[in-house]
Design a binder for this molecule. Structure first.
Ligand SMILES: *[C@@H]1O[C@H](CO)[C@@H](O)[C@H](O)[C@H]1NC(C)=O
Ligand SMILES: *[C@@H]1O[C@H](CO)[C@@H](O)[C@H](O)[C@H]1NC(C)=O
Ligand SMILES: *[C@@H]1O[C@H](CO)[C@@H](O)[C@H](O)[C@H]1NC(C)=O
Ligand SMILES: *[C@@H]1O[C@H](CO)[C@@H](O)[C@H](O)[C@H]1NC(C)=O
Length: 181
């Protein structure tokens, strides 16, 4: 008797697994892939009232710079459709960067792309991961999303597209590839 019950339970569990897999496959077939090229208008100049990246915490007695371990930056970059800062607005890149490599090379990035354009207004894409700051192309993970990007997963690359060192102004191209429902 006892063996019968166990067998029945196992069979039921098997059925549940089969059903779950079928549902999963059906959903997976509906996955949609979106690719975007976005341009972040980034001003990191200290003392500039228009700065969009600002160090807010760091190790006491050390300079709070991008290469100093432990420095935390908060950012709110304006995002545009092309590299031209006057081109149509897409949204904002809001979040934090933490210099997380003891050697100052790697930064940990936690950014929400908050869309305000017509197509994706109100939706967000969540980016999180390590950025090898000194590499020409920095790849980070897209871990989630909301609105049109619910269940988003994928990756994003960051490239410095334009750099004005005296003004501490740069345009960063962010290419996003995501799969979502
Ligand atoms: C995929 O996205 C495009 C563009 O947003 C949309 O037109 C299309 O209906 C979507 N496909 C599915 C299967 O959701
Ligand atoms: C980003 O996308 C643009 C096209 O919009 C392409 O020319 C460029 O090579 C891409 N960059 C990377 C690192 O894939
Ligand atoms: C800040 O932005 C305003 C408005 O775009 C501009 O008039 C001003 O010159 C900028 N200030 C600096 C220091 O760049
Ligand atoms: C985006 O949504 C907000 C709030 O619903 C609205 O005020 C705004 O006009 C919308 N923007 C666009 C470009 O549709």
């Amino acid at each position: 008797m006892a063996t019968n019950i166990v067998l029945k339970r196992v069979t039921n569990l098997f059925l549940v697994l089969v059903l779950a897999t079928v549902t999963y496959l059906a959903k997976a077939a509906e996955l949609n892939e979106t690719q975007l090229s976005l341009y972040f208008q980034d001003i990191s100049a200290f003392g500039n009232p228009n700065a969009t990246v600002i160090p807010v915490a760091g190790i006491a007695g050390k300079a709070w710079t991008f290469t100093q371990f432990g420095t935390v930056f908060v950012t709110d970059d304006y995002i545009t459709e092309t590299s031209d800062p006057k081109s149509p607005e897409v949204g904002r890149a809001q979040g934090m960067y933490v210099t997380a490599g003891l050697d100052g090379l790697n930064s940990h990035v936690m950014i929400s792309i908050v869309f305000t354009n017509k197509e994706y207004n109100g939706s967000t894409i969540q980016i999180q991961g390590v950025s090898k700051q000194f590499e020409a192309v920095r790849e980070v993970a897209v871990v989630a999303g909301t609105g049109k990007f619910r269940f988003a997963r994928g990756y994003a690359t960051f490239e410095t597209y334009f750099l004005d060192i005296p003004a501490q102004y740069s345009v960063i191209r962010c290419n996003v590839t995501v799969q979502h429902y």
